[in-house]
Structures are given as C-alpha cells and as structure tokens.
Write a protein that binds this ligand. Sequence first.
Ligand code: FDA
Length: 303
Amino acid sequence: MLNAALRKVILSAADNAQVRRVVSKHGMRLGGARFVAGETMDECVRVLRELNDRGLYANTTLLGEAVRDEAEARAVADEYIVLVDRLAAEALRANVALKLTHLGLELSEGLAYDNLRRIVERGSFIRIDMEQSAFVEPTLRLYRRLRDDGFDNVGTVLQAYLYRTESDLEGLLPLRPNLRLVKGAYLEPPDVAYPKKTDVDAAYVRLLETMLRAGGYTAIATHDETIVEHAIRFADEHAVPNDTFEFQMLYGVRPQLQLDLAARGYKVLVATPYGPEWYPYLMRRLGERPANALFLLRNLTRR
Ligand code: FDA
C-alpha cells in the first residue's frame, strides 16, 4: 500500500523540472550507476563482456526516449547500427532492445518503421520494448509489419498490468512470437491497467503459462522469485523445452539471483542500458522500489 503510494509520487515527480535538474546532476554519482552501464558504448561493452564472463547473456539499450526531430531519430538509428555491428564483431552474447519513440514514433510511424527496419536488416536479434499504453497499438503494428516483411530476428514485449494484454497475446500467438513478459513500469490509469499489484502478479502468471504452453519463445522478465520458481516448476510439469524460454533481469537488480539461476543451467539475460540520457530510466527503477530512492537520498544528504 505504502509502496504503491510512494511509487506514484516518484513516477509523478519524474516530470518535475527541479527534480530532473538535481537527479540529472548527481544521480549517477549517488548510486544510479548501479543500474546504468556508463554513458558511452565503450563503457557498456566492457560491462557486457564482464557479464558474459560470468555466464550471463545480456542485452543493451541506448538510453533515450521521445526525440525532437527526424534528424535526431535517424542519428539514434545510426548509433544502433554501429552498436549491433560492434556486438557481432566482438562476438558478445548480447543483443539490443530499443524504444520506438527513440526512433521517432511520436513524429511519424513511417519514420520509426524505416529506422527500425534499417537496424533489423543487419541480421542481429532486436527486441522492441513496450512503452506507455498509448504506444502499444503502433508498437504491435510495427512488430507485425516486420514479421509480414519476412524478418524473424525480432521480438517485442507484453505488459501484464494492461487489461488488453491477454487479447494481444492471443492475436500474436499464431506468429510463434518471441515475447518478453514484464509486469509494466509506467504510471497508467485504472481504466487501462490493474491498479492492484496482486492483480498484476496474477495476470503475469496466467500470461506466462499461456506463453510457455504455446510454443513460441518466452523471455520471463521479472525479479519476482515466486514467479521465477513457478515458471521453472510449470516448465518441468508441462515438458516445456529449456531452449524455448529464458529469464531476464535488469542490470543492478538481484545480481545473486541472476548468477544462481545461471548456475542451475538456465539462460539468464541481463538488460544493461547505457547512454547520457539515463534520467527517465533511473526514475522508473526508483519507482519500482522506493528503497532505491531512499538509498539515493541518503547518499545525497551524506555529501
Ligand atoms: P516486482 O516489482 O514485484 O519486484 C519483485 C522483487 O524484485 C522486489 O521485491 C525486489 O526485491 C526486486 N526488484 C524489482 N524491481 C527492483 C528495482 N528496480 N530495484 C531493486 N529491486 C527490485 N517494463 C515495461 O513497461 N516495458 C518494458 O519494455 C520493460 N522491459 C523490461 C526488461 C527487463 C529485462 C526487465 C527485468 C524489466 C522490464 N520492464 C519493462 C520493467 C518491468 O515492467 C517491471 O517494472 C520491473 O521488472 C519490476 O517488476 P518485477 O517483475 O521485478 O516485480
């Protein structure tokens, strides 16, 4: 209850100019670096290699969201192309996840598609993250368009907190999709998303079981140990092959659980973002666990 209220306060405060100024100035130094693998591609590649060396897979994201103009959106796609080529050249066990608003979705769907397609054409696996509920429809539309155009090296994300997700999943299953299932990280109104965490958790389990049984590829993206253990049990009981699912967690969150699952023989992928525009990403991580925000505040008052 208290956590839900604090989450709302943190996510709402993220838009406040003063909060943005203070966190942008001090956030990384005060503990934000725990969640972000640096501001440059070189720093990020070093972290990805360390994760690989510890038996973990990784994906990375150039942090940033809504762009201002077409040139900026194209420049973001250009950097992604350099990134996917570099991950392949360095033989890292790492792929890329990106946001369509970063590729220009708010400016035009055609622009976002062109940028996305240029990246997907490089041949590496690309996952399209899911953003606020207003973007779900165009995101699924562009995912389907890529699949219709013959690209199989692409996946997307479904959010358990949205009422619409069960029907979205049903519509996608005939494609044998590669889907990451998450609880959902944005502040959504009660007419589109379950307000109660227990309902979100129950929806997650229902969706997870449908996905595992359906025969596509499922990325179980959660740090919720009860759900992780449920997934393992369910996969065993229903003879779901181990190579049709993986666990995904965020860089800096439950690192020991990541290693323990890998040691038990499961594929674990650590989502490891980088880039100078880390502010909204960090604020969502603080919103998920208000204790993280207190940790940053404590470091601020200790200076
Ligand atoms: P829950 O919030 O119930 O947390 C379970 C436990 O995990 C907590 O008790 C705590 O111990 C730990 N934990 C969770 N978050 C933590 C944090 N930030 N810091 C410290 N501990 C934490 N969302 C979205 O809307 N679109 C997307 O595309 C993605 N993509 C994505 C990729 C990957 C790989 C992951 C893991 C998550 C996302 N998310 C996302 C975020 C997701 O929606 C959700 O907000 C977080 O995963 C937190 O929810 P959990 O499932 O971990 O459960």
